[in-house]
Structure formats: structure tokens, C-alpha cells
Design a protein. Structure first.
Length: 561
């Protein structure tokens, strides 16, 4: 990487400094290390973009490593979902690794720790250990089992491995210092007994390494040069280095842990534990519910990989935790879809429009461009007839001069079609408009080349032909939480802020070109927003998710409250 090409963030500065101090470029290796205990969320997306982006910038390999050290919470489903998310974002890993690949080596090192007098088996209860650990301002006290003999520790640890003891009866602890200022250094746990089936190793192991023990050693075994973690791991760095000190070969690359701040997203949560709660308690339909902050949820909603990568690039890397307004993410999505999504017509809140001077039974097919941004997307034909649907809000019987849509006595252009003039309305017994009657100028068809087709009117509205329209279920999504920071008030359960109106399901009327749309296809419904075909769609019923509006209307709503 040339430092002249761009200004470097502090992570890149660390790497550049290490290279200047003698680290060979071919020794650079990065990793993305998710725990397979849930689906990845937008915060993970930033970490993915950071690590794989560094791999691209420095032409260095990046491992995808699953830190699968807790079989009680891990599943193959999560492994598969994580791999799919990383690939969907556009990245490729060099090696697919698992902490469970190293269980035997970690166990062998633990044996050496015991033999060297820096680890021991503790048989206290968790309550007793919590008391003897002390507080941040008072030192801890030694465990009564801290000075067990090497022989007794080896015997107990071997029997723990064989499954002779129930969960919670013994643990293996590192022997560091119960008086350390950093409480994580007060004889931390290395292994616990856990009789649980592992999705990869089956029932081979009855003890499992703690994350702090497995993390740095896995980095070392893979020869990771830089291990980038979120800021909550800063206090863990001292322990990371202490464990490495016990096993490191000076002829090999020693991993370096460094930390960056989380980027939390407004109006959502990015804790896997809380996301799991939302799923298990049926506040959402699944991990990939389009209201979720998961990558799979964003994919299902219609967000693009490029937009998420651009969002990660825009917010950058920082040393301080920030709450990022979700409207910035939506801006990135909107900006990308504006370039790539074909334009189509759909009516979501319909009222019937009858063109009284258009011949009964006549139909014609009008040419409509698929994109104003990308001419390569070409044109399509849209059917036109005497009876149409338009949006109810596109008509007012009486309106002021700032209303540029259809009113009685005024003209508007039907998109890609004719100029029409409002003439009269039909209402039901309650006074609701059920039909709008209008006349059209036969010579004013868009693109016909006639003088009348060039005639200017103040407004253009979209429409669909009633006899040709196809119906679809349309899911309109709002923010999942009404509070911008549902995690901000620790006195209130974050679920108290769940938006009861985060999903509205309506019937939309779409132009017939959408009949063949497939899962994941994205479109701009002209004048309405961007929409994506949902995986629930079938040959019998189309289902669309609203991805994002054409502009940020939420900010305007909030400013009025």
C-alpha cells in the first residue's frame, strides 16, 4: 500500500509502522473470527470489511476462523449462515479454520502449563470464586487449591477430559496473580467441564477451552500477524500477551492484538444475545427478518453488498464508540440502488381512474425506459387501457397551487403515456371517492414525436392498467425500535421500545412485467421507493419488501415531534 494514495486510519498506521520496523510484507495475515452462536449483524459487516479490506490492500491472506469453543450455543446453521454472509459481501477467505481444529494442541499446551507450575485445577464453586476474586479496588485471595501438586493437577485434568466429573465441579485456571490490577489476570479460567455435543467434534471432548485461552493461541497457530478486535477486548490484551509468552517461538510470527470501536446503529440492537431474544420471543419472524440488523435480514430486505461495503467505508474505523444514524446506511443503499435498480410502475394505495374518451376495449403497449441512470437496461412495453389505478394521494378534488398532481380541471401526464385532465368523481355513501373520471389528449403520448407530446404540464404520475395489473403482497417496514438508542437506558428493557407498527402488509397492483420477478430481484417502484422480491414469493403469489424510500422521510417526521 502506498501511504501517498490516501490518508491512513490508525489500524493501517499500526501495520505500516510494523512494516517499517522489520515485519516482512509476506508475513502479514489477517483473520475474521466469528463465534458460530448466531447470525452476523451490521457490526460484523464493518469488521468483515476491515479485515478483508486489509487483505486486499496489502495483498495478504485472510482466514475465516470460527471460534467454536462453546457447543452449548453453537450450531452448524450459524456456520453456514456466516459463510454465506461473507461470500455475499464479496469477500473470499484464504483458509477456513476452526478453534476446534486446535483442541488437541490447546490441551497439550495446558498440560505443559500444569507441568511448568502456571496452571492448576480449582474445585471451588462459582460463588466461592466470585468472592475470592476481589473487586477492582481490592485484591483477590488465593484459591485453597492454588498450590495443588503437579501430579494431582495432571490427574484431575486428565479425568476432567475423560468426563468423570459433572459440569461445574472443576476448572483449570492459569496461575498468574490474584493481586493484579487487571481483574482478568487474577488466575483466569482456561478450561471448564461441559458435557455437550459439539457440531464438529461430536462427544470427543468433555472439557472446552475458554475464549481468552483459545483466541490468541489460534491466532498464533495460524500465524496471524494482526488480530483486530472491538474495544471491549482492550482489557483482554494483557492476558492475550501473557498466554502467548508461555508458548511463543521467537522464530515465528507473534500475533499482535489491537482494538477498534464498535459502530452501533440507531433504532436497532447489535447484540447477538438480544437479537436471539427477538427471534425466540417472536418479536420478529426469524434471524433474516428484514427489520433485523443482521446481514441476512438486510440482504432479504434488498440491501446490496456494495451499499453495505460503502457504508462501512463511510463510517470508517475509530477508537471511540459511536452511534451511527441508520439514515446513513439507508442513504448508501439508496445511492447504490439508484444506479442499478430497474424502474417499474406499481400502485400501493389505489383509486380507480376512468378515461372516458378512451375507446372501450382498446389496449396498447407503450414504451417505457427501465432506468434513467443506465441506458444499457433498455426499454420495456407497458400495457395501457381505459381503466387504470393511480395512487389515491395523487388526486385531490381541490388543491392549492403547490399541488402538482391531478385535480378537477387540471392536467397531468401519465408516466410514459398521455396527458389527462380531471373531469369528475364518483363517491360512495360515506363520501369516499371510488372513481375519478378524466379525459385524455390522444396526440400527447410520450415519445410520439408530435407537437402535442412535447406539451409541458406541471405534474407526472404513475399508473397501472387494471385489466393487466398483477397483485402482490407488499410488506412495508418501519424502524424496529422507536428509540434511537434502545440500549442506551440500562434501567429499561430494550424490548419496551419495540415499534408495534414496524410492519404493515398491503396489497399492491403492479405492472405485468413483474410477473417473472425472482427472489432477490430489486426494483424502483417509480415515485414510491425501492422494493425487493421476498423469498416467500411463489408462482401463485408475489411478495415484495420495501427496501428504502426515495428520500429520507424519517428525519422530517422526527423533527416535527
Amino acid at each position: 500500500m502506498s501511504t501517498e494514495e490516501k490518508s491512513l486510519n490508525f489500524i493501517e498506521q499500526i501495520i505500516e509502522e510494523d512494516l517499517k520496523n522489520g515485519l516482512s510484507n509476506d508475513k502479514l495475515r489477517f483473520r475474521f473470527p466469528p463465534e458460530p452462536n448466531g447470525y452476523l449483524h451490521v457490526g460484523h459487516a464493518s469488521a468483515i470489511c476491515l479485515n478483508f479490506g486489509l487483505g486486499i490492500d496489502y495483498n495478504a491472506p485472510v482466514n475465516l476462523r470460527f471460534d467454536d469453543t462453546n457447543p452449548a450455543k453453537e450450531e452448524q446453521e450459524f456456520v453456514d449462515a456466516i459463510k454465506k454472509d461473507v461470500e455475499w459481501l464479496g469477500f473470499k477467505w484464504d483458509s477456513e479454520c476452526y478453534a476446534s481444529d486446535y483442541f488437541q494442541q490447546l490441551y497439550d499446551w495446558a498440560i505443559e502449563f500444569i507441568k511448568n507450575g502456571v496452571a492448576y485445577v480449582d474445585s471451588q464453586s462459582s460463588e466461592e470464586m466470585a468472592i475470592q476474586k476481589g473487586t477492582p479496588t481490592t485484591p483477590g485471595t488465593d484459591s485453597p487449591y492454588r498450590n495443588r501438586s503437579v501430579a494431582e493437577n495432571l490427574d484431575l485434568f486428565e479425568r476432567m477430559k475423560k468426563g468423570e466429573f459433572p459440569n461445574g465441579t472443576h476448572i483449570l485456571r492459569a496461575k498468574i496473580s490474584m493481586g493484579a490490577n487487571n481483574m482478568l489476570m487474577r488466575d483466569p479460567i482456561m478450561y471448564r467441564i461441559l458435557h455437550a455435543h459439539h457440531h464438529r467434534t461430536g462427544d470427543k471432548w468433555c472439557i472446552y477451552p475458554m475464549y481468552d485461552w483459545a483466541h490468541g493461541e489460534s491466532d498464533y497457530l495460524e500465524q496471524i500477524s494482526h488480530s483486530f478486535c472491538t474495544l471491549e477486548f482492550l482489557p483482554h490484551r494483557e492476558l492475550y500477551d501473557w498466554f502467548l509468552n508461555q508458548i511463543c517461538d521467537v522464530t515465528k510470527t507473534r500475533p499482535k492484538q489491537r482494538e477498534f470501536a464498535r459502530r452501533n446503529l440507531s433504532h436497532t440492537v447489535v447484540s447477538k444475545r438480544k437479537l436471539l431474544q427477538l427471534v425466540q420471543e417472536n418479536h420478529v419472524t426469524a434471524w433474516d427478518d428484514p427489520r433485523m440488523s443482521t446481514i441476512s435480514g438486510m440482504r432479504r430486505r434488498g440491501y446490496t453488498p456494495a451499499s453495505i461495503r460503502n457504508f462501512a467505508k463511510t463510517i470508517g474505523i475509530a477508537k471511540r464508540t459511536n452511534l451511527i444514524d441508520v439514515s446513513l446506511l439507508e442513504f448508501c443503499v439508496r445511492e447504490d440502488l439508484n444506479k442499478t435498480a430497474p424502474r417499474v410502475m406499481a400502485v400501493l394505495n389505489p383509486v380507480k381512474l376512468v378515461i372516458t374518451n378512451y375507446p372501450v376495449g382498446k389496449e396498447e403497449f407503450l414504451e417505457a425506459e427501465n432506468s434513467q441512470e443506465d441506458v444499457s437496461l433498455g426499454f420495456r412495453e407497458v400495457p395501457f387501457s381505459r381503466e387504470l389505478y393511480i395512487e389515491r394521494e395523487d388526486f385531490q378534488e381541490e388543491a392549492n397551487k403547490k399541488f402538482f398532481r391531478l385535480t378537477l380541471g387540471t392536467e397531468v401526464r401519465l408516466k410514459n403515456a398521455y396527458i389527462i385532465k380531471g373531469e369528475s368523481v364518483i363517491k360512495d355513501a360515506a363520501g369516499n371517492i371510488t372513481e375519478i373520471h378524466c379525459t385524455y389528449d390522444e396526440d400527447s403520448r410520450s415519445g410520439s414525436g408530435t407537437e402535442a407530446s412535447q406539451r409541458k404540464v406541471k405534474g407526472t404520475i404513475h399508473w397501472v392498467s387494471i385489466q393487466h395489473a398483477i397483485q402482490a403482497e407488499v410488506r412495508l417496514y418501519d424502524r424496529l425500535f422507536t428509540h434511537e438508542n434502545p440500549d442506551g437506558d440500562k434501567e429499561v428493557d430494550f424490548k419496551e421500545y419495540i415499534n408495534p407498527n414496524s410492519l404493515e402488509i398491503i396489497t399492491g397492483h403492479l405492472e405485468p412485467s413483474l410477473a417473472t420477478a425472482k427472489d432477490g430481484d430489486r426494483f424502483q417502484f417509480q415515485r414510491l421507493g425501492y422494493y425487493c422480491v421476498d423469498k416467500d414469493s411463489s408462482a401463485e403469489k408475489l411478495v415484495f419488501n420495501k427496501t428504502v424510500g426515495l428520500r429520507d422521510t424519517w428525519a422530517k417526521v422526527e423533527s416535527k415531534e
